[in-house]
Design a protein around this ligand. Sequence first.
Ligand code: BGP
Length: 499
Amino acid sequence: MNSEFPKGFLWGGATAANQIEGAWNEGGRGPATSDFARLITKEIRATEGPYDEHVPHNAASKEMVEDMKLHPENWELPKRRGIDFYHHYKEDIALFAEMGFKVFRMSISWSRIFPNGDDDTPNEEGLQFYDHVFDECIKYGIEPMVTLSHFDTPLHLAEEYGGFLSRHTVDAFVKYVETVIKRYKGKVKYWLTFNEINNVLSNPFTSSGIILDGAPTPESGNNYLGNWQLKFQAVHNQMVASALAVKKCHEIDPNAKMGNMLCRLENYAESAKPEDQLQVLFEDHFNWFFTDVQAKGEYPYYMQRFFDENDIHIKMEPDDEKILKEGCVDFITISYYMTYVMRYKGETVPKPTGRLVSDIKNPNLKMSAWGWPIDPIGFRITLNHIYDRYHLPIFISENGLGAVDHVDENGYVEDDYRIEYMKAHIEQMHEAIKDGVDVFGYAWWGPIDLVSSGTSEMTKRYGMIYVDYDDYGKGTGKRSKKKSFYYYKKVIASNGADL
Ligand code: BGP
């Protein structure tokens, strides 16, 4: 029985290029969809509705993108600034090393390597930047784990080809993957394909580079909730791209491994009614689907009925099924933040909701300030479900709490709420390991404060390291250690024994 955390367990943290790097137009980088993600503050949410309905993080029209290019002053675009990791990476990685990190999950900005996404030759300055970052990690014995695409498709591919709606983008992605795996062979052992691939359903713009004709409104059926045909076609192409990336990785560097990345949504039935349980089954299918294809190499039986009854026709190339079969991932990674509650919707064949946060509250759980239910036991449950389904090693590529921090004049934050969250989740992960689940690492989301993916706020802080920037980029950018910094350091030093 595994009663301790395994020896060599990879403790660390996770980030994404578009949320930390800044320097959006430096070093030869081309524009990406993430550069067009707008700030959505609490005030905006109060007047315009929940943030998962906002554009253009989720869906964008040609007109909006055009306007942002011509009049960026009319839009607040914080991901262009990030936390200026581009110029602070040495200091930031040194702080991770001080906490004892064994792994640093980060992403490469594709448009730093190929500014248009599909250029003939890569941008050497971009390649060198990541050489420096990986060398810095290796200097401290930190293993880099690299996501190839984390919500930032090169804008050129989005505008000219509809992003992953086109096989041209698949080819460009494979060339990019080949370039970086060859370049960083020996430095990077762990790769991930698409961040939260299932989020294509709610973020078609940033995840897949889909730009809509006409403004996305709920009535037009052209909004982020509708248009399954487009989204599932992009998903298919991304799954083929992912399988080709796995194959390239194995060919180029037999010592490297490639994983998936799923935003794992564990669903609970609201009542013991069989109908509510059926709704759980439906919702589960839309979550498992992505990993079923990426880990088992074929479309699961249950999708066909959904496709048929919703008039969805996936265009496949003759070799696609073979490619999917040959490109199964080596390990599973998930982000785990919360659980959902399901109530029967009266459908025989469901439609995915495409929403980030469940609209039914779980009265048994506390919630974060952003309404995300906090459910450590759900973490143990989901880890068991995943392992039972795939029997592959699991890495937690994201888990964390977004909170409003109060900083003192020395930059110190007494974030006991974050420590409490972390402790409870690590305890439940430990229970899962004792249950027999093969978990080989845990990356806290946003170990250093960063720009929120969903809202582009800085106010929503995850970090154990405070960064002095506000939502509008005002501040010194100074880094300082919060109470949780010392807590996580102790956890890592004791390999999870001292919680
Ligand atoms: C995941 C993303 C991350 C991240 C995290 C927290 O969906 O992979 O990029 O940001 O969620 O979300 P948010 O920043 O919206 O709080």
